[in-house]
Ligand binder design. Structure first.
Ligand code: CP
Length: 282
């Protein structure tokens, strides 16, 4: 699975429903294949949930990280994959800052890649876990109003989620400072729109991808969630963030995980089940 565009609506719903079944302990699945996790960019949630899911499935798991591998000595990804294949490893979970890194791997036969995030454009398993979290709340991905706020331009979470939700009959709205806007037309004022939305999805400011300087309080007041504007949300509305959160920026420090609308830890939990559902099919 390289990007969300390769999945149709039925396939998306099928993965979500399988993940929900696994979550409800209705499916015991084993997959004894070998798999390597290659993380050339940092990760906590994606990496650990993939590895936990692999271990739960009884997979033969190998971890390769940039700092402790020959990648640091400038070995390229193509040579790395050919090398691991010689050890009988044909399945790979890969994260890289290089957009479309898989293009260079397409001539390598008999390999299966699950994209754990590339550049600013794709994070398909995150989009699926976000969709699962929304589906669990509303029992549908249709007829919803979803507002995404933050670093839209540099966010692979946004781009993959947009690819996913466009396949359904829901409306996507955006809020962002000019510097973080894309060419999309559906930008709205964050605070004035909150009361109409079913889902509020905050995006992390990707400090590592630009040098945009801003005032933290000003940003949170205009584009972030805090104790004042969370009161505007409808009773059933949910608050999401893919993580990691810049605390005090996208979400004020006093919005705790105990706040009932806050579904961030549910997203984290669902990441494990979505990844287990995907891994059980390879
Ligand atoms: N949401 C997400 O991809 O988090 P990690 O970078 O910790 O994997």
């Amino acid at each position: 699975m390289l990007n969300i565009k390769e999945l149709n609506k039925e396939e998306i719903l099928s993965i979500i429903k399988k993940a929900i079944e696994i979550k409800q302990n209705k499916k015991h699945i084993i997959n004894n294949k070998s798999i390597a996790n290659i993380f050339i960019e940092p990760s906590t949630r994606t990496k650990i949930s993939f590895e936990k899911a692999q271990r739960d499935l009884n997979m033969d798991v190998y971890n390769l990280e940039f700092e402790s591998s020959a990648l640091k000595k400038s070995e390229d990804l193509v040579d790395t994959i050919y090398t691991l294949k010689q050890y009988g490893i044909n399945n790979f979970v890969i994260r890289s800052s290089q957009e479309g890194y898989w293009e260079q791997l397409k001539d390598i036969e008999d390999i299966n890649i699950i994209n754990a995030g590339d550049g600013t454009k794709n994070h398909p398993t995150q989009a699926l876990l976000d969709a699962m979290t929304i589906y669990e709340q509303f029992n549908t991905l249709d007829n919803l109003k979803i507002l995404i706020s933050g670093d839209v331009k540099n966010s692979r979470v946004y781009h993959s989620f947009k690819d996913l939700i466009e396949k359904f009959d829901s409306k996507l709205f955006l809020s962002a400072p000019n510097e973080f806007q894309t060419n999309d037309l559906n930008y709205v004022d964050f605070n004035n729109s909150l009361s109409e939305m079913d889902v509020i999805m905050m995006l992390r400011i990707q400090h590592e991808r630009h040098n945009f300087k801003f005032n933290i309080n000003e940003y949170n007041n205009k584009y972030g969630i805090n104790k004042n504007n969370i009161q505007k949300l409808k009773p059933n509305t949910i608050l999401m963030h893919p993580g990691p959160v810049n605390r005090g920026v996208e979400i004020a420090k006093d919005i705790s995980y105990k706040e009932p609308k806050n579904k961030i830890l549910k997203q984290v939990e669902n990441g494990f089940f979505i990844r287990k559902a995907i891994l059980s099919n390879i």
